[in-house]
Design a protein around this ligand. Structure first.
Ligand code: TGC
Ligand code: FAD
Length: 398
């Protein structure tokens, strides 16, 4: 890949709204990415290899649990800082952001919010430094958009729980030291359990053959009569709202992150349009190229405003799940469109690994599906504005 020349577009002077701390956090992440990830990411992506050596470094730059309080080893930053870190990581690669946002929002967040003090002290500092890598098991082979139908279950055996079931599509799973797993108890109530690598009957085989998110590692979680100690149950929240609460935090990070991919694609397309000459003029002189660039920067600016306001609301504890859902859906959708347009501006070069645009495009095909598909998020907004859920329907009689 060519030298990473990225600078972020800021058409509406959004930087004026950021504090000095926000800018420092962004700069720290960006320079770490440029120095340590940009030179290697295409190679890892092509080989579908997980850059495991970056895990501890992500801990060092504060990208694991940015908003987790210092008492538990986190940097104690605000939500906008969290968003900016996700933006800088996904600006480079969605898989890199996945590694970080799963650890932060789907592993550290539930332990912090739903765990007891012993669990927080035991796991959070190690997760913050990257000594431990975690994963989050909600999706099952037959229950993706409808996680409430899960069949993974645990029984109370007196001195321990016995866990059975299977999860699939789990980011970080094959390399994870711990898994936050959602399963039903004998009454059918969903609870979170911390399952540790090495527990008998627990395995996490890698899922291969992905054409997207190739630098992120994905796996199954298989539980065959796994004895889980009773102290590993997250005691402070149960029901489907518990995992969905974690998704609020992760979807917030994705809204910022996907925008990072869009900003990178625009930055590369704009630069290329000024350098590449055809018919004796830079291709940026053609009205059709300018239309593409004008639409890209307009959508990026709208998404930046949406995302920043969402960050303010989240800092105040006022962001609703539906607002977060809208931002995730919108920003991933515009990022995908921008990646496709940017690839066209780059012509044939756009399909090569000299540029990150095609990789972003392929990655975003996962991002538009995970953490709730585009259509599920449309239905969440639809339900919010009408008050009528449209997730299920009766099958017509034959
Ligand atoms: P429903 O009856 O609507 O809700 C059940 C209970 O949950 C509450 N709730 C929420 N709570 C917190 N945050 C949210 N976002 C919430 N949404 C709903 C709700 O109030 C209710 O509470 P209670 O007390 O009344 O019981 O549930 P439903 O079964 O009808 O489903 C609703 C639906 C479809 C929106 C939901 O299931 C959904 O979001 N489905 C999408 C599944 C999904 O996003 N899976 C993500 C898996 S993790 C992942 O993809 C990680 S990728 C990571 C990476 O690599 O970056
Ligand atoms: P399905 O739910 O089968 O959906 C298929 C299609 O049907 C979609 O277009 C969907 O929009 C549509 N559909 C479904 N229900 C409705 C409805 N009611 N109305 C209209 N249309 C509907 N999960 C985890 O738990 N942890 C992870 O770490 C994780 N990481 C992932 C990493 C990757 C790379 C990928 C691809 C997925 C990951 N997932 C993870 C799983 C992800 O959350 C699911 O793929 C997602 O929720 C969709 O589920 P599904 O793939 O089973 O699709």
């Amino acid at each position: 890949m060519a030298t990473d020349l990225y600078t972020h577009p800021d058409y509406f002077n959004m930087d004026d709204l950021l504090s000095e701390e926000h800018k420092l956090v962004r700069e720290t992440t960006r320079s770490w990415v440029k120095q340590n990830v940009s030179p290697i990411i295409e190679d890892y992506y092509e080989r579908a290899a997980f850059p495991e050596h970056l895990v501890k470094q992500l801990g060092e730059i504060g990208a694991f649990g940015p908003y987790i309080p210092e008492t538990y080893g986190g940097p104690g930053l605000d939500q906008i800082s969290y968003g900016l870190i996700m933006q800088e990581l996904e600006r480079c690669d969605s898989g890199l952001r996945s590694t970080s946002s799963v650890q932060s929002s789907l592993v550290m967040y539930p332990i912090w919010k739903y765990g007891n003090e012993d669990q927080r002290q035991k796991y959070l500092p190690k997760l913050a430094t990257g000594e431990f890598l975690g994963c989050f098991g909600l999706t099952e082979p037959d229950h993706g958009s409808n996680p409430g139908g899960m069949i993974s279950n645990f029984k109370d055996m007196g001195d321990h729980y016995l866990l059975n079931g299977a999860k699939m599509w789990i980011s970080n799973a094959p390399k994870a030291d711990i898994a936050v797993v959602w399963a039903k108890n004998e009454e059918g109530r969903i609870h979170g359990l911390i399952v540790e690598k090495g527990m008998e009957g627990f395995s996490a085989p890698e899922m291969k053959g992905k054409h997207s998110l190739r630098a992120s590692i994905t796996g199954e979680l298989i539980f065959d009569n796994v004895k889980v100690p009773k102290e590993n149950l997250l005691p402070n929240k149960s029901g489907l709202g518990a995992p969905l609460g974690c998704l609020d935090s992760a979807r917030f990070g994705i809204a910022w992150g996907a925008l990072g991919s869009a900003m990178d694609c625009y930055d590369q397309a704009l630069r290329y349009s000024k350098e590449r000459t055809q018919f004796n003029v830079p291709i940026g002189a053609f009205q059709l190229t300018q239309k593409k660039l004008a639409e890209m920067i307009t959508e990026i600016t709208k998404a930046q405003l949406l995302t920043f306001r969402l960050g303010q609301l989240r800092n105040e504890g006022k962001a609703t799940s539906a607002q977060i859902s809208m931002a995730k859906r919108n920003n991933v959708e515009i990022a995908l469109k921008i990646a496709r347009e940017a690839r066209q501006i780059l012509g044939g070069m756009g399909i090569t690994n000299e540029y990150s645009v095609m990789r972003h495009m392929a990655n975003l095909e996962s991002v538009v599906t995970y953490e709730g598909t585009h259509d599920i998020h449309l239905l969440i907004t639809g339900m919010d504005v009408t008050g009528i859920p449209a997730f299920t329907r009766e099958m017509p009689n034959k």
